[in-house]
Design a protein. Structure first.
Lengths: 428, 459
């Protein structure tokens, strides 16, 4: 399997990746800006994501919400998302509509600010506050993805604070912040543009050069504080949340090697051994044999700087004693750390990962997104074609070595959710 | 070099056809649909069986789903973990589930592993092991899902909505997975009976999309199901009767909830309704698209919510028409009023040309994007099987969409959006929202409990 990859760079620093595939007459346009919640300044948590909303509020030649309308009218799908280290914007359109998608992305990269108004900011601020209520505050376990980074990264670290942001900080965001954030981070030399699917490479080059080529290079941006961290926590971290949930849930996060490194692939395979599929360690032990949990999974956060996290997520059965569940999860981690994993386990994990890699590449949108990811984090989109190889060469010995170093008690951050009623009983 | 302020015009569209597929019935009676798509060496394999939740007997709701899940526990030949291991070692993650209309067993595999995957899957379809102790575990897992839903506003609102708009005798009143009482009542014998009655060759379709030829697939499937010869039992009645009641506003109290989770709607129409395409367009304009009336109103104009959508849920019987959103508690009644206003407006005057062309252009234009992956193509073929759609359904889809007029949408809006039948369900902080909801003039809000019969209005 080989995905065709061609790259070039505009004079203003915009890196472009082209990946042709003419199976269907559609093309994915995918733009990664190398900025995320990690780049927010003190007192502005949630701003990178609020800013993502503002990018759909029009630009010099586009009305508010018109971006959505024009792409949908063209028969396309679109969205954007914000993560700790990046913000992405993407559309998949019928191939004869490629120029429109590129033009829209270029208009907002080059000429966003004339369209920004206080009214639009106020509306999107309220929309985002409602997004926070909906996905975090009024959702069982919804706070896990801000509590876990808070527990696992030191307070001064850029990954420590909330991505969706606090109400207070969202309220404080101003139009000046919008202007400053835009001119600092939304510059061609801080972005990667990927096209995947059905297009003519010569025509695509011309369109991209014409629409994006005039946009001035950025004038530089503040460097992030040193993000490096010790390889492990060095101790066991623990936090308990009493919440409006029905079932106990336990997240165990372990520091783990950053995305794209050789050791990352061992970590990723180890994650699959632990928690991908019903034959995985955690599922087998906690769900099937001990009948303490109703589900158990494991995954990596895929962070590229400082330290990644490998997370085990276990949902308890109703009424199960959370302490017993916690002990069982950690006992299994102890076992893997001390005894290692078998060849069979690694073969099973690799087979599931291989299928998933191929299945993801069926979609132009995901193909483009993965290419942008490797280009942004590792500065090399060709790593996509080496992924399969990088997984296949992981040996059981490497996974066992990874487990011995990273799965031990001194590298665990345990976040426990307890139903409020159960918590009250414990206190009584 | 141009710095274009003018938006570019589209080029000439490149031709697109839904992937050609073959449909045959094999000697065993099993139906086989194959869509060869050669992009990557992967396939999606699905087995779809006319054995959905609408066939559950009264008092045993959840039987179809538990049966499907229990089939992940292997065949008589490869039982339990042995079955899971054999599948996962070839990189296949089986998803076994049931919805209202069918039971389905799907997986994605590398093309070279298709024969092994098919053999394992056929084994479990024909002769599931149904190990008793694993059924107990799966029952506990289903009960934990029920417990989980009770603390989860979105699921709670949807389940409560179904409970108030469908008659208690309707299968649609209870979730696909069944109520706590029904799940506790189910026995292994019920699962075996469900399997024996409905898992028969004539009710079974095998669908393969991806890197495979119809000839290869035909041979593999013929071999896997050879000699599967079971008597076809008479089917149970399908049931989906709507409710008639006087109460129209229902509150499920969640003290101090920061948002109200809202559902507004009524029972809709079956998937095979002759106005299907006009209803699809009507819904796109009302709340199906980002630029729909309800989303632009509630999100972009009023900033009440992160998002608001509407849908006609398509089933063999009349699935619900529902508007769904979550809004800040303080604007609950105001948001409901806006939704009612938008529904009413669609019944009063024709949609604009701009709205109609947006919805048409989107639905017709996005067609090739929708059916890009083998998984999406297999799911589209499952629709052909389940709803007995004509074999040229996808070839004529875009024409059918483009033929719908504003006058037709107005006619369908008047027939299918029925203000007098709308129910409103709110999962939220009753103290804050009860009084404002009274102001809607839809009668006294009724309090509903987590389960059981709906109480009459209190004061």
């Amino acid at each position: 399997m080989h995905i065709p990859i061609d790259t070039f760079e505009l004079d203003n620093g915009l890196r472009v990746i082209l990946s042709e595939d003419h199976t269907a007459p559609i093309v994915a346009v995918n733009l990664w800006y190398h900025v995320g919640s990690a780049n927010e300044r003190e007192g502005r948590t949630g701003f990178a994501h609020l800013f993502e909303h503002m990018l759909f509020q029009g630009s010099a030649n586009v009305e508010a919400n018109e971006h959505f309308e024009l792409i949908q009218r063209a028969g396309g799908t679109l969205n954007g998302s914000t993560w700790l280290e990046r913000t992405n914007y993407y559309e998949t359109v019928p191939s004869h509509q490629l120029a429109l998608a590129l033009w829209l992305e270029a208009d907002r990269m080059g000429r966003l600010l004339p369209a920004m108004t206080q009214d639009k900011l106020d509306t999107q601020r309220d929309v985002v506050k409602n997004e926070r209520r909906w996905s975090v505050d009024n959702q069982p376990y919804g706070t896990w993805w801000e509590r876990l980074p808070e527990l696992t990264f030191p307070p001064e670290h850029p990954f420590h604070h909330s991505l969706i942001g606090s109400f207070e900080d969202l309220s404080a965001a101003s139009l000046d912040d919008v202007r400053e954030f835009f001119s600092t981070w939304y510059t061609p030399d801080n972005a990667v543009l990927t096209l995947a699917g059905d297009f003519d490479p010569q025509q695509a080059r011309e369109l991209i050069t014409g629409y994006f080529g005039w946009i001035p290079r950025g004038t530089g941006h503040p460097t992030l504080p040193d993000m490096s961290l010790p390889r492990t926590f060095g101790r066991r971290l623990h936090s308990v949340v009493h919440d409006a949930v029905a079932l106990p849930r336990i997240y165990v996060a372990m520091r783990s090697p950053v995305f794209g490194t050789r050791e990352y692939y061992s970590a990723s395979v180890c994650g699959a051994v632990l928690g991908q599929g019903k034959g995985s360690r955690m599922h087998r032990t906690l769900v099937r044999e001990q009948r303490l949990a109703t589900d158990a999974t494991a995954f990596t956060f895929d962070l590229s700087r400082g330290s990644d996290l490998l997370i085990v997520d276990v949902l308890g059965l109703p009424g199960v004693d959370a302490t017993a569940l916690e002990q069982a999860v950690e006992a299994e981690l102890d076992r893997v750390a001390s005894e290692g994993v078998t060849e069979e386990e690694v073969a099973r994990a690799r087979a599931l990962i291989e299928t998933q890699l191929l299945v993801d590449l069926e979609s132009a949108e995901k193909r483009a997104d993965r290419l942008s990811m490797f280009a942004t984090y590792c500065r090399d989109p060709h790593l996509l074609n080496e992924e399969l190889y990088n997984y296949r060469r992981v040996t059981a010995a490497e996974v066992s070595a990874f487990a011995a170093e990273y799965l031990g008690a001194a590298n665990r951050a345990v976040l426990v959710y307890l139903p409020r009623e159960a918590a009250a009983e414990l206190a009584a | 070099m141009t710095v274009a302020a003018v938006r570019p015009a589209p080029g000439p569209p490149r031709p697109y056809h839904f992937p050609a597929f073959t449909g045959t019935r094999l000697a065993s009676g099993v139906q086989l649909l194959v869509a060869p798509v050669r992009r990557l060496p992967v396939c999606t394999l699905s087995v779809v069986i006319d054995a959905g939740a609408e066939l559950d007997p009264q008092g045993l709701e959840g039987c179809a789903l538990l049966t499907a899940r229990a089939m992940e526990e292997g065949s008589r030949r490869y039982e339990g973990l042995d079955f899971t291991d054999r599948l996962e070692r070839i990189g296949a993650a089986l998803s076994a589930t049931a919805d209202w209309d069918s039971a389905s067993f799907s997986m994605q595999v590398m093309a070279e592993r298709l024969p092994a995957a098919l053999e394992l899957l056929a084994g479990v379809i024909r002769e599931p092991a149904f190990p008793a102790s694993e059924i107990e575990r799966l029952r506990e897992e289903r009960l934990s899902e029920i417990a989980q839903i009770r603390s989860e506003p979105r699921g709670l609102a949807s389940e409560t909505f179904s409970r108030v708009v469908y008659d208690a005798a309707s299968r649609y009143a209870t979730p696909v997975g069944g109520s706590e009482a029904a799940v506790r009542a189910l026995t292994r014998d019920d699962l075996v009976r469900h399997h024996d009655s409905f898992f028969t060759p004539l009710r079974t379709a095998v669908i393969i999309a991806g890197d495979v030829t119809p000839d290869e697939a035909g041979k593999l499937v013929e071999d896997a199901f050879r000699g599967w010869d079971v008597e076809v039992a008479p089917s149970r009645p399908r049931r989906g009767e709507p409710a008639t009641r006087d109460d129209r506003v229902f509150i499920l109290d969640r003290e101090d909830a920061p948002q109200s989770e809202l559902r507004v709607g009524h029972p809709g129409v079956p998937r095979t309704h002759p106005d299907h395409f006009a209803i699809v367009l009507l819904n796109a304009i009302l709340g199906g698209l980002f630029s729909s009336r309800i989303n632009l109103n509630l999100r972009e104009e009023h900033a009440y919510t992160y998002g608001a959508h509407s849908a006609f849920e398509w089933r063999r019987g009349p699935g619900p028409f529902t508007v769904r959103t979550a809004v800040e508690s303080g604007v609950t009644a105001a948001a409901v009023a806006e939704i009612l206003k938008e529904i009413d407006k669609l019944r009063q005057e024709p949609v604009t040309n701009a709205e109609l062309s947006l919805a048409r252009d989107y639905l017709a234009g996005v067609f090739p994007v929708r059916f890009e992956t083998s998984l999406a193509i297999a799911a589209a073929l499952a629709q052909v099987v389940t709803y007995e759609l004509p074999s040229d359904y996808y070839d004529t889809y875009r024409d059918r969409i483009n033929q719908v007029s504003a006058a037709e949408i107005l006619r369908v809006a008047r027939a299918q959006l029925q203000p007098s039948r709308l129910s409103v369900v709110v999962v939220g902080d009753a103290r804050q929202i009860r009084e404002p909801l009274r102001g809607l003039n839809m009668g006294e809000p009724a309090e509903v409990q987590l389960e059981g019969a709906v109480q009459p209005a209190s004061s």
